[in-house]
Design a protein around this ligand. Sequence first.
Ligand code: ADP
Ligand code: ASP
Ligand code: MG
Length: 397
Amino acid sequence: MRVVMKFGGTSMAGIERIRHVARLVERQAASSETCVVVSAMAGETDRLVQFCKEAAAHHDPREYDVVVASGEQVTAGLLAMTLQNAGLEARSFMGWQLLEASGVHGNARVEKIESGALDGALRAGTVAVIPGFQGRTEEGRIATLGRGGSDTSAVAIAAGLRADRCDIYTDVAGVYTTDPRIEPTARKLEAVGAEEMLELAGAGAKVLQVRSVGLAIREDMPLTVRSAFEDEPGTHIITNWEEADMERIAISGIAADRSEALVKLAASDRPGRLAAALRALASEGLSVDMVAQGPDSLHFTVPKTNLARALKALDGAKDAIGQTAVTSDDNVAKVSVVGVGIRSNPELAAKVFDVLADRQVPLLAATLSELKASALVPDEQVDVAVRALHAAFELGE
Ligand code: ADP
Ligand code: ASP
Ligand code: MG
């Protein structure tokens, strides 16, 4: 039996908590080969990102990765020595020693796990501790996997090691019907379909990084989210639903995402204006999420972090687009209702927008897909929207 355990930032925040994690690892290691993936201490990555911003507004992304990857290196070393101090065989392996990454710095993708040395250590009964969130590029430089990327590290390492399962330990007891910090009556799910989890994570439920879920599906890796602080069963992510003997529920949950900004173009209605705008953004490597069109307007959302670049790209293509003015609004948020019911009961999607209208929440843009109905609303109304939808779909305790 081989198990990968991943501990998030809250569980690693300080020596006392690391000691607690060491006890959980010790218990697990009594019955399996055990590999532990850790996050930086809570707040540490934000602090490091802030340093980068202060050092240089337009910093080299390769150096950004050197800085922000350091938080996980600290916690990996500290956990390894705490385990050793408790009498276990343990050692750390750094991300650059075993995880090959590619793509852009700051948001790199996992290419491959070099499992040789790690495999040997596990077979010899050593607990391996690995910093999440980081790997090495082809050029031999440190790269990070995007915010929340330790989840993806854990699943990739579990797949690379052919582990029997990957357990994500975090500061809530599992995946809930919505963020329990927004809605206290949110209910913990015993199981959630991987497709629905993919949608929830993509729609802003940061309990799992979206790419970790995609990877678990592709690798068919059993994945569980559970509490690092309470000993209770967590939520199983079901990659193979047919085999599970549970009734698949129609609406799995509600997610909120505050990471996008709305771009508003005033542009007369002419063929090709949307294509021209998308092409201008694509040439900068930028993609859009929601789109809303009117006779004299074209609205869409881009990640807040890319807003300045998007506005510049659009300005450069204003003749092709035919725009007369561009404005933007970053006080917006997206609320999404996720579940297989959206596909099978079209009236559920209608209900989403009814509930928002009832609460007089302005609708700035909307999208519908197989498993998800999303609405863009003013930032300050998003919690109200989440709670209203959670109640209307009777998701609570
Ligand atoms: P970690 O540091 O362990 O990776 P994160 O902060 O990244 O933890 O993710 C856990 C947080 O995700 C929770 O504290 C919770 O506020 C938030 N969250 C958002 N949506 C959900 C959801 N549907 N179920 C559980 N937690 C959620
Ligand atoms: N420490 C990184 C972050 O805060 C990665 C992670 O915790 O998953 O984004
Ligand atoms: Mg996380």
